[in-house]
Design a binder for this molecule. Structure first.
Ligand SMILES: N[C@@H](CCC(=O)N[C@@H](CS)C(=O)NCC(=O)O)C(=O)O
Length: 220
């Protein structure tokens, strides 16, 4: 729960859809990661988490699980207008297909570190690009979520918001995005996940600090 942003996204969408499922936590810390993912590989060709087994079908990618969540609640998690829906899917796909390269060393795992480092200039520029985009979406669709009502696009971006906000991202220039991040971070499902994730031992990633030295990190 403090290591897989993909699992969190799928979980948020399924819970928001009211889909009932049993959870099985998979420990993806090394070295047990390899054996545990090999076990997942027996039911899913991707051998990754998250994976949803409906009893009839194994759905093994977060975006497919999220689309399934939207389907089981009759499309309530995407806009009704076809163009807005395609736009929301673009925002979700952007995250899924590569947005994690923005501030990639500020990983989801690092959101749970007791000491945070400051953003580098490149990371600060990445945050600006991202928050300007959120601000524009919130202006276009009038908030309070990216496409008006809460949608898969918001759930897809929750872990990114968490990792950047927990590193003290300054949102003063983007008031709509600031209020959106506040709303998201206080969403009952996000609070439920984070409450448990915050109790777990942090998963240290060596590339968090330049040179990999830990824990002598400067406070952010
Ligand atoms: N595209 C996949 C990515 C899932 C993914 O990368 N999960 C990681 C854990 S956060 C994993 O299980 N990786 C397997 C591995 O490293 O072999 C999805 O969206 O579900």
């Amino acid at each position: 729960m403090n290591a897989s942003s993909w699992a969190m996204r799928a979980w948020l969408a399924l819970r928001a859809a009211g889909y009932e499922f049993d959870e099985e936590l998979v420990d993806i810390r090394k070295p047990q990661r390899f054996g545990n993912l090999a076990r997942i590989g027996k039911l899913s060709p991707a051998a990754s988490v998250p994976v949803l087994d409906t009893g009839r079908t194994v759905i093994y990618d977060s975006i497919a699980i999220m689309e399934f969540a939207n389907d089981v609640c009759n499309g309530a998690l995407l806009p009704t207008d076809a163009e807005a829906r395609a736009h929301a899917r673009s925002v979700a796909a952007w995250q899924h297909a590569g947005l994690s390269s923005i501030c990639h060393r500020i990983s989801f795992e690092s959101a749970f570190y007791p000491v945070k480092r400051a953003f580098s200039p490149t990371e600060r520029a990445g945050c600006e690009r991202l928050f300007s985009h959120y601000e524009a979406l919130l202006a276009r669709y009038s908030g309070p979520f990216l496409f008006g009502a809460i949608s898969l696009a918001d759930f897809m971006h929750v872990p990114t918001v968490i990792r950047l906000c927990r590193h003290g991202a300054d949102l003063t220039r983007w008031p709509r995005a600031r209020s959106w991040t506040d709303t998201l971070l206080h969403h009952t499902l996000v609070v439920e996940w984070m409450r448990e994730a915050d109790t777990l031992a942090p998963v240290w990633l060596e590339d968090y600090l330049p040179g990999g030295a830990w824990p002598a990190a400067p406070a952010a």
